[in-house]
Design a protein around this ligand. Structure first.
Ligand code: DLL
Length: 432
């Protein structure tokens, strides 16, 4: 359904591999000749561009990490003269130096192609009205989906995030059919639409939600509240932005735009490359970027790759929903906890996706509290009913995580809503 670049998206695997190999060889030569930082890393490993003849040689190349990006900030990884660049974007990181990514016009063009593929995979055509409520500015979400929407020929509403009632007003007045925003903002929009009755005046058909980890339970919740099909989209600033991978109508993993990016899964500790189907850290190599190429970039996203054929006909491999970044993984009393596991338990127990995880350390022991907003109909419950419901959640969480959390059901509307990427963790242990 809805191909944008069908001959590429359905290219036979052998042909795709050949294309990847040609592009990889050229990309490696490009960085070796134009980026002293890459040259030095390759020299240290005793690798020259002549050693890279095809995708089979990818494993010989050194990795690059966020620390390398920070060390070389701002121009150290630039592979084109600054005068040939037309745009920068930057990560939303809150710690350390930001990462700044550079784009030539060619880079923007290819990035927008990737986003157009994602939009058209929802079945969108020129008849659609696409409302972009990702943030515009340094964040890549707004600009990426905006450019993709133009290429797909949709009528584009460049709303940016925030002012939810105005979003709903435009959605209803202009007949928006495709909504692009973070899943947490989509949940907020759905909540407001239901409360204000705006839900009865909107005509949404699909949503393209990404930029943060979200669960299948959250997908079903948003789909049923807004009456749409919700598609996942993945990407990161370092690689251009959204559109590195996107879901098709099968909604079973995101197709990686493999004509632009080669994906690997590695063991984050040993750095060994793992076979498809294994869980590990996602690593990407860009093969078409001019200004800011990434060779074996360690994303820190924990994920699984799937090379099984997809019923949609696309031949590009799929990545599962990332569980979250290894950075977001909490280690509580020695146990690994991902916020997405908590979200999954809460939603499958009928709770809304409004929660906050608070971790602290008292007398050398981790404390683990979860504030969860109760649905409005709980407000008439007795204290002992609420107590019982909290205990049920504690027990469901214990079976998923293996450790006890204290659950506090709090009044509706007491947890701040997110208009961009949700901040759900307060880890006070980091303060000591
Ligand atoms: O979040 C780009 C983007 C914008 C993607 C809009 C999708 C839609 P950054 O701010 O650099 O870029 O953050 C990248 O966000 O490494 C993941 O940890 C996380 N992330 C992005 N998409 C998803 C997703 C944009 N669909 C980081 N599921 C990545 C889970 C995601 N995590």
């Amino acid at each position: 359904m809805g191909y944008y670049q069908k001959e590429i998206e359905t290219m036979p695997r052998e042909e795709l591999r050949k294309l990847q190999s040609e592009r990889l060889v050229a990309q490696v030569k490009h960085v070796y000749e134009n980026v002293p930082y890459y040259k030095q890393k390759m020299d240290e490993k005793g690798i020259t561009p002549d050693d890279i003849k095809s995708v089979d040689d990818l494993h010989k190349l050194p990795f690059i990490s966020k620390a390398d990006l920070r060390e070389s900030y701002p121009y150290g990884l630039l592979a084109k003269p600054l005068k040939d660049c037309v745009r920068i974007h930057s990560t939303s990181g809150t710690t350390g130096k930001r990462v700044v990514a550079f784009y030539t016009q060619h880079d923007i063009d290819l990035w927008e192609d990737c986003c157009a593929r994602a939009i058209m995979a929802t079945g969108a055509t020129k008849e659609d009205v696409c409302q972009v409520c990702y943030g515009y500015g340094l964040f890549t979400g707004g600009a990426g989906l905006h450019g993709g929407s133009h290429k797909a020929g949709c009528l584009t509403l460049p709303m940016s995030s925030g002012n939810t009632e105005r979003q709903l007003q435009f959605m209803s007045d202009l007949g928006t059919t495709v909504l692009c925003c973070t899943p947490s903002y989509a949940a907020y929009i759905a909540e407001t639409a239901i409360e204000t009755g705006a839900i009865n005046n909107i005509n949404l058909r699909a949503g393209i939600f990404g930029a943060e980890a979200w669960t299948e339970e959250m997908r079903h919740d948003i789909e049923s509240k807004l009456g749409i099909k919700a598609y996942d989209i993945y990407g990161l600033t370092e690689l251009s932005g959204p559109g590195v991978a996107f879901e098709c109508s099968e909604q079973h993993g995101m197709h990686i735009n493999e004509d632009h990016f080669i994906a690997e899964i590695i063991d984050p500790v040993t750095e060994e490359v793992l076979p498809y189907g294994s869980k590990g850290e996602l690593v990407f190599t860009s093969i078409t970027k001019e200004a800011f190429p990434m060779i074996r970039y360690r994303t820190k996203d924990i994920c699984v790759l799937n090379a099984e054929p997809c019923a949609c006909g696309r031949t590009h491999i799929r990545m599962a929903k990332p569980m979250g970044r290894s950075d977001d993984m909490l280690i509580i009393r020695g146990v690994n906890v991902f916020p997405s596991q908590i979200e999954s338990v809460l939603l499958s127990n009928g709770m809304p996706a409004n929660y906050r995880i608070i971790v602290d350390r008292v007398n050398n022991t981790d404390t683990f509290d979860i504030d969860v907003e109760m649905p409005v109909d709980f407000m008439s419950d007795t204290v002992s009913d609420i107590d019982k419901k909290e205990k049920q959640l504690v027990s469901a969480l214990k079976s998923m995580l293996g450790i006890m959390a204290k659950v506090h059901l709090v009044a509706p509307k007491t947890i701040t809503r997110s208009e961009g990427k949700a901040v759900r963790i307060i880890d006070k242990r980091n303060l000591y």
